[in-house]
Design a protein around this ligand. Structure first.
Ligand code: NAI
Length: 344
């Protein structure tokens, strides 16, 4: 099998080469992202392998079909960049549903601790032999209430981590997990209660029409003054302009962002010698209480290896059996209800 691999980064190649070689899948690596202008690079390939900021819209799907490309192999869990409705009946979409929920949940906690204990400031200060503690006062996580939106794989690992710190958990999920609510330290509540009672809010739900701009002017108004927001899920869960206004008004105490709504224009690339055109992102980054990482939460050795292994396994399984349990179904938006993999 031959796959055109888009948006390649140096850290992708070793594990994809290894698992590809072992399983008879070859990858042609392209630096460019997949979109309407670049889709022709997939000519002559059995499939495309894409990541979070590649575009798989109707025009791209049509062109892939014209070129007889049969499979879109996502090397990620989220699929909001794929027009699933349009893909149905036209092209098969495979994904990696889980590769390391620990990688993302641990990154969320790393950002939270960095932010509230001012580690990012201390690192710079001590390198300059400035040992002053002025302005470095943080707060204990122990006894604080964390609101978790989305109690799937990552959300639940993050809950475990927070419980290790002695935090109380208020959770919200459209489909609550059985047995998680213990009526005491972990409780399912409605979104309003989560917003009004949480000291820290962490987002672990997918981006859908329903969750688009879940954090906006109105919902921020319900939050406690000084609330800390963590977003390691998808940028468009947060209305960035409303967040910026919340930071300026001191309503938001700190924000830890691994994702940003317009990230596809910037993230994963080096813009250090350029003028950043996005004023909202530039202003957010300039804030002392905002930490931005560029969609880095997944980036651990374990996750990279699992991503490559599952992607290659998906491809081999699909081409050998015409069946893959990790094929996405547009109806349910996941493979959960499609255990037979017959999405079309
Ligand atoms: P998951 O599918 O295991 O869990 C998602 C949870 O969100 C489910 O329990 C689901 O019921 C819930 N949910 C669905 N719609 C909802 C709604 N409207 N309101 C509240 N909850 C809702 O997914 P997983 O693996 O935990 O990943 C969560 C998100 O993390 C992904 O959607 C993805 O966007 C993001 N992610 C980010 C990465 C990064 O590097 N920053 C890496 C991997 C995932």
């Amino acid at each position: 099998m031959k796959f055109a691999f888009f948006d390649t980064k140096p850290y992708d190649k070793p594990s994809f080469d290894k698992f590809g070689r072992e399983n008879g899948v070859t990858f042609k690596y392209y630096d460019t992202k997949l979109n309407e202008d670049t889709v022709d690079l997939a000519h002559g390939y059995d499939g495309v392998c894409v990541f979070v900021n590649d575009t798989v819209n109707a025009a791209v799907i049509d062109r892939l079909c014209e070129m007889n490309v049969k499979v879109v192999a996502l090397r990620c869990a989220g699929f909001n960049n794929v027009d699933m409705k349009y893909a149905f009946g036209r092209i098969h979409v495979l994904r990696v549903p889980a590769y390391s929920p620990y990688a993302v949940a641990e990154h969320a906690m790393a950002m939270l601790l960095t932010s509230i204990r001012r580690i990012h400031k201390a690192y710079i200060r001590t390198r300059d032999f400035n040992f002053s503690l002025a302005g470095m006062t943080g707060f204990d996580l122990h006894g604080k209430t964390v609101g978790i939106v989305g109690t799937g794989k990552i959300g639940r690992v993050f809950i475990d981590i927070c419980r290790g710190f002695g935090m109380r958990v208020l959770a919200y999920d459209k489909f609550p997990a059985k047995g998680l609510d213990n009526g005491d330290t972990i409780r399912y509540v409605d979104l309003d209660e989560l917003f009004t009672k949480s000291d820290i809010i962490s987002l672990h739900c997918p981006l859908t029409e329903e969750t688009y701009h879940l954090i906006n002017e109105e919902t921020l108004a319900k939050c406690k003054r000084g609330v800390v927001l963590i977003n390691t899920s998808r940028g468009a869960l947060v209305d960035a302009e409303a967040l910026l206004a919340g930071i300026k008004s001191r309503k938001v105490g700190a924000a830890c962002l691994d994702v940003y709504e317009e990230e596809s224009d910037f993230f994963f690339e080096d813009f250090s010698g350029h003028i950043l055109e996005d004023d909202v992102l530039a202003r957010l980054i300039s804030m002392p209480n905002v930490i931005v990482t560029s969609h880095q939460a997944f980036l651990t050795e374990e996750a990279l290896s699992n991503i490559a292994e599952t992607t290659v396994k998906n491809i081999v399984e699909f081409f050998e059996t015409n069946h893959c349990p990790n094929e996405l179904c547009y109806r349910c938006g996941s493979t959960e209800d499609c255990k037979d993999g017959k999405c079309f």
